[in-house]
Design a protein around this ligand. Structure first.
Ligand code: GLA
Length: 387
C-alpha cells in the first residue's frame, strides 16, 4: 500500500471508525480531437497518472456522508430526501452521480466517503470527471450493484448536464472510466466504441503545461459553440439532407457548401469537420509510430482552435508559440475546453528537461505567471484498488 493510501486509510478510520474499500479514477489529457465529441465525432485522449481516490464504507441507512481531503470540506446527501441541484459546489458532482444512478435503476446503500485527488483542479485535466467516475464506482460497488463502464461514463455526463449545468460531451468521463495504461483511446462519440492505440512513449513524452489561468468566458462560450455547431448543421441540411451532426459532413462536402454559411458559423463548422479528419489521421500516425506526423497534426489543431473555433487565449497561444520556437517538441496544442487550462506537448525524451526549463522561464517572463508542468504516461481507467 502506498503512503497516500496508508494515510487515507488512517484518516478514514479516524473519521468514520471503519475499514474502507478504495476506488480510483484518473484525470485525462486530450491528445487531439477538440470540441468534436458533442458533434458525434472522434477524440483521442488518454488517462493520466493523476487520479482521484475514494475511500468508502457502507452505512445502514441511505445517507451519503462525504469529505474532501483537498478542500477540507464535508457534506451530506440523504437519498430519501428531495434532490438538490446546482448548489455551485463539488457536492453537485456527488449528488448528481448518486441521483442519476438511482433514476436509472440502481438501488444505492448509504456510504461514508473520504476523497483525495492528485488531479490539478482548474487545469483542464478533468478533475470533475475523475470525481464523478470514482464516486460512481464507489457507490455502485458498495451497493453490490455493479455497472458497465460506458453506462457509468454516461451517468457522469448526465450529472454534469443536470446537476452542474455544463453541457459537456462524453470524452472526459469515457476515458476516465475506460482508459488503459500505455494506450491512447480513439473514441467514436457516436457509437461509443473505442479503439485502444498503443502509446508507450518510449520515444517521446507527454508534457502538460498548465497556464494557471481560467477565463470567465469558458462556460458560456462552450454552450455558444455547441449551439453554433447545431446551427451549422441546420443550414447545411438544405444541401446535405440526412445529416444530423457535423460528424456527417465530409471535408469534400464542406468545401462545396461552406460558402453558403455565415462567416462565424462557417469558421466553427470548418474547425469541427477538419479536426475530425485530423483525429482519424493522428490515430493512424500513432498506430504507425509516426510521431512527427502526429506532432504536425497537433500544431494544425491548435491553429484551428485559435483562429476558427476561437476558444484559445493569449496565455495558451503563448505556451504553444514558445514550444514551437524552442524546436524541442514534435507538437503542441491547447487541450480541453479552452479559455485557459493547459497545453499538451509531445516531447522527445532527451529534450524533456530542457523544454520544461524553457517553457516555465519564458512563460513567467512574459506573463509574470508561474506555470506548472506535469509529465505523464497513459494510465489505466477507473477501478477498485486491491492489495
Ligand atoms: C470539455 C468537455 C468535453 C469536450 C472538451 C472539448 O473538456 O468536458 O466533453 O467537449 O471540453 O473537446
Amino acid at each position: 500500500m502506498t503512503k497516500t493510501l496508508e494515510n487515507l486509510r488512517a484518516a478514514f478510520q479516524k473519521l468514520y471508525g471503519r475499514e474502507p474499500r478504495f476506488f480510483r479514477a484518473p484525470g485525462r489529457v486530450n491528445l487531439i480531437g477538440e470540441h468534436t465529441d458533442y458533434n458525434d465525432g472522434f477524440v483521442l485522449p488518454m488517462a493520466i497518472e493523476y487520479e482521484t481516490i475514494v475511500a468508502a464504507a457502507v452505512r445502514e441507512d441511505r445517507k451519503i456522508r462525504v469529505r474532501s481531503v483537498n478542500l477540507d470540506e464535508a457534506g451530506e446527501i440523504d437519498l430519501d430526501a428531495p434532490e438538490i441541484v446546482r448548489r455551485g459546489s463539488w457536492l453537485d458532482f456527488v449528488e448528481g452521480v448518486a441521483r442519476i444512478l438511482e433514476r436509472r435503476g440502481a438501488k444505492l446503500r448509504g456510504v461514508d466517503l473520504l476523497i483525495e485527488s492528485s488531479v490539478p483542479s482548474g487545469a483542464g485535466l478533468s478533475s470533475s470527471a475523475a470525481l464523478e467516475i470514482s464516486v460512481g464506482l464507489a457507490l455502485t460497488e458498495s451497493s453490490a450493484s455493479p455497472i458497465d463502464k460506458i453506462q457509468l461514463a454516461l451517468i457522469g455526463q448526465a450529472a454534469e448536464h443536470e446537476f452542474v449545468g455544463a453541457k459537456v460531451g462524453i470524452m472526459d468521463q469515457y476515458v476516465s472510466a475506460l482508459g488503459r495504461r500505455h494506450h491512447a483511446l480513439l473514441i467514436d462519440c457516436r457509437s461509443l466504441e473505442a479503439t485502444q492505440i498503443p502509446f508507450a512513449a518510449q520515444d517521446a513524452a507527454i508534457v502538460i503545461c498548465d497556464s494557471k489561468v481560467k477565463h470567465e468566458l469558458a462556460d458560456s462560450e462552450y454552450n455558444t459553440r455547441r449551439a453554433q455547431c447545431e446551427e451549422g448543421v441546420e443550414l447545411l441540411k438544405e444541401f446535405l439532407p440526412g445529416i444530423t451532426k457535423l460528424r456527417d459532413v465530409s471535408v469534400e462536402d464542406f468545401a462545396k457548401y461552406e460558402s453558403k454559411l455565415p462567416e462565424t458559423i462557417k469558421k466553427r463548422c470548418r474547425h469541427v469537420v477538419m479536426e475530425n479528419e485530423r483525429t482519424i489521421s493522428a490515430a493512424k500516425a500513432l498506430k504507425n509510430n509516426d510521431l512527427a506526423e502526429f506532432g504536425r497534426l497537433m500544431w494544425l489543431s491548435h491553429a484551428s482552435l485559435r483562429d476558427d473555433y476561437e476558444v484559445s487565449c493569449r496565455e495558451l497561444d503563448l505556451l504553444v508559440e514558445v514550444a514551437q520556437k524552442s524546436r524541442l517538441v514534435l507538437g503542441a496544442r491547447m487541450t480541453g475546453g479552452g479559455f485557459g487550462g493547459s497545453t499538451v506537448n509531445l516531447v522527445p525524451l532527451e529534450y524533456v528537461d530542457e523544454f520544461t526549463e524553457k517553457i516555465t522561464t519564458e512563460y513567467k517572463q512574459q506573463t509574470s505567471i508561474e506555470s506548472a508542468v506535469y509529465k505523464t504516461g497513459a494510465a489505466d481507467g477507473a477501478g477498485e484498488m486491491t492489495f
